[in-house]
Design a protein around this ligand. Structure first.
Ligand code: ATP
Length: 404
């Protein structure tokens, strides 16, 4: 089973060793101030463990998308300050345009056991995203043990997420990675059944492989959100001006046939909330009505699942033992069109099943709607969790040693 048996920070001895931890400190910043420190807080358990084990804890991460090397606005300096506050201990920021240049090397050389140093944004080095060995070797030159704890970046084979391991013998995953792998990996590879997967969001094209893979793994696949209309079209329904990907209608037909062949339930909306046009701005008041899914007028668009569908989807979730959800059921940014997404979030909150939210907009919706603490696991990585649900092996997971 891909990724379920990795060496973790509980299995290694880091006393006196230089431990490089790849974190996900890609936090939102406004005028140099961190507006949400969730990702920093999420990294604390691994960092604290390594400090208490007497490692020399060197942290690295990317931040944003600097295009042409170093840029002040993408510096990790504010993260070092916030991390110092949260840890109650100095985190030395190794300001260094080369990331592992003279300044960083000196900072690492001066470390005592239990000290913490944060390197500068890994994307200040152009080699990083191209996984070019120069930077991987530079990182490895200040590292004895490599710990991967950045799930949100694990689907990218970059120097700091994968390349470095070519030059480091001892590797492990951190607690955050371990949790993601456990929940997402188990859900897809070895779910307690019945396993219900719920997919929504804007486009079918974004989730082709997820649909196909989950159909094989789950017992029931529920499809809502904008992507449902291409499926409804494939079933021969008139969908008015709803979001439809005409090039993917045949693909949806294939998936409907695949579900039938495999004996899986594939649930589509039976009714839909419609309006004359997409709300502008997105949260503007809007006049809506609910019609059966096969009765959408030619000049109307579907923007949320209807009331009968809410009940149908909630019923399917009720008897589940494992539920994975990715993508909102409608335009949840608008309160009038958030009802379907709220109904599904509520159904998940009410079930005893293991409930896993696969990152991105669905995670944002669950948090925004106040259901976060009712879910078993909310993934910290949108893209990475989707690739996991596609059945792909993530490069940042593959490179970490398996337990013997
Ligand atoms: P991520 O891949 O980041 O996890 P996601 O899969 O949760 O994101 P997206 O595919 O990005 O979701 O789609 C979310 C967007 O889909 C939301 O902005 C929402 O408004 C929009 N959306 C949902 N239903 C509809 C619909 N019926 N018509 C148009 N847009 C819709």
């Amino acid at each position: 089973m891909a990724g379920l048996n990795k060496v973790t920070v509980d299995d290694i001895n880091v006393k006196g060793k230089r431990v490089l931890v790849r974190c996900d400190f890609n936090v939102p910043l406004k005028d140099g101030v961190i507006t949400n420190d969730n990702r920093i807080v999420a990294a604390l358990p691994t960092i604290k463990k390594l400090i208490s084990d007497g490692g020399k804890v060197i942290l690295c991460s990317h931040l944003g998308k600097p295009k042409n090397g170093p840029e002040d606005k993408f510096s990790l300096a504010p993260v070092a300050a916030r991390l110092s506050e949260l840890l109650g201990k100095e985190v030395k920021f190794a300001k260094d345009d080369e990331v592992v240049g003279a300044n960083a090397k000196a900072a690492v050389a001066a470390m005592k056991d239990g000290d913490v140093v944060l390197l500068e944004n890994t994307r200040f080095r152009k080699e990083e995203t191209k996984n070019i060995e120069d930077f991987s070797k530079d990182l490895a030159s200040i590292t004895d043990v490599f710990v991967m704890d950045a799930f949100g970046s694990a689907h990218r084979a970059h120097c700091s997420t994968a390349g470095i391991t070519d030059y480091i013998k001892e590797t492990a995953v951190g607690y955050l990675m371990q949790k993601e792998i456990q929940y997402l990996g188990n859900a897809v590879e070895d779910p307690v059944r019945p396993f219900v997967a719920i997919l929504g969001g804007a486009k079918v094209a974004d989730k082709l492989n997820v649909i196909s893979n989950l159909l094989e793994k789950c017992d029931t696949l529920i499809i809502g959100g904008g992507m449902a209309y291409t499926f409804l079209k494939a079933k021969g329904c008139e969908v008015g001006t709803s979001l439809v990907d005409l090039e993917k209608v045949d693909y949806c037909k294939e998936m409907l046939e695949k579900a039938e062949k495999l004996g899986k339930k594939l649930l589509l909306p039976v009714d839909t909330t419609i309006a004359a046009s997409f709300p502008d701005p997105i949260d503007a008041a809007i006049e809506v009505s609910v019609v059966d899914a096969d009765k959408i007028p030619a000049d109307k668009m579907g923007l949320d699942i209807g009331t009968k569908t809410q009940a149908l989807f909630a019923e399917a979730v009720k008897s589940a033992k494992t539920v994975v959800w990715n993508g909102p059921m409608g335009v949840f940014e608008n309160p009038i069109l958030a009802k379907g997404t709220i109904a599904v979030a509520k159904a998940l909150a009410d079930t005893d099943a293991t409930t896993i939210i696969g990152g991105g907009d669905s995670a944002a919706a669950v948090v925004q709607l106040g259901f976060a603490d009712k879910m078993s696991h909310i993934s910290t990585g949108g893209g990475a969790s989707l690739e996991y649900l596609e059945g792909k092996v993530l490069p940042g997971v593959a490179v970490i040693a398996e337990k013997k």
